[in-house]
Design a protein around this ligand. Sequence first.
Ligand SMILES: Nc1ncnc2c1ncn2[C@@H]1O[C@H](COP(=O)(O)OP(=O)(O)OP(=O)(O)O)[C@@H](O)[C@H]1O
Ligand SMILES: [Mg+2]
Length: 278
Amino acid sequence: MINNMLGQNIKVGAIDGEDSGQLRPQKCILTVEQLSAWYGNRMAIQDISMGIGAQHITALIGPSGCGKSTFIRCLNRMHEVSEGGRVTGRVFMDGQDIYAPQIDAVAVRRRIGMVFQKASVFPTMSIFGNVASGISLTRFWSRRRDLHDVVERSLKKAALWEEVKDKLDQPGASLSGGQQQRLCIARAIAIEPEIILMDEPCSALDPISTLRIEELMLELKRDYTVVIVTHNMQQAARVSDWTGFMLLGQLIEYARTKEVFTVPKDKRTEDYITGRFG
Ligand SMILES: Nc1ncnc2c1ncn2[C@@H]1O[C@H](COP(=O)(O)OP(=O)(O)OP(=O)(O)O)[C@@H](O)[C@H]1O
Ligand SMILES: [Mg+2]
């Protein structure tokens, strides 16, 4: 109920980016302004401003510890759940500040879902249950059939349906790592978010499963906005539309992926993508 009310507060549909030049995509679903985040007294990210393109794949790259995970966790208000987690600055989703006092963080997380580095399936819960677990908490299902339809649709979108349709009652742990990661994506999709944040979703996967997830991201882009953190330069170059390079908590460069990887403006970006440091 609260979710619904808050959902209405935040209007759906992308807005135009403020800068029509090279600084940000033209249609941004998220606009981040001067975002900083702390763990206790320690600042982890500093003064980040950027626009996340609607129905784009945005990649965030940078050396370990530079603040990528912290940053994306600020985008769906998960950072504040960390011990000592504090955020300043603003994040607008379709013109509404998700950090405004009247906005419920849970409602934000419904609109901006997350997939983690390690597939976080509930191992003993069934495949069906894993996908249904997010939605059944947030909605009242009058008919089990409706729930089944949503689970089927989500598994299809996550390109897992064909592999699991005959064993939906088997435990999540019975799937391979790559399948488990797609199961997590299905669970995120089932909540019907508009944006999916993925924090190194392929780091534990073999090259075939990785390509599978990449194809899936490109599919998802038709309906969703995807933000992905990756250490894999090829992956960022292959799938993303825009790339942000972070270093020591700052966003050093943010531009179209093509530009970042072919004509980086900052020497530090160039050094990183050519493997000279990090
Ligand atoms: N829960 C936490 N408590 C305190 N400090 C943290 C916590 N999580 C991260 N940090 C610190 O914040 C900084 C940014 O960490 P973050 O996890 O965002 O980096 P990252 O770019 O995602 O790194 P990686 O590529 O290794 O995942 C680091 O210096 C890290 O030590
Ligand atoms: Mg991280």
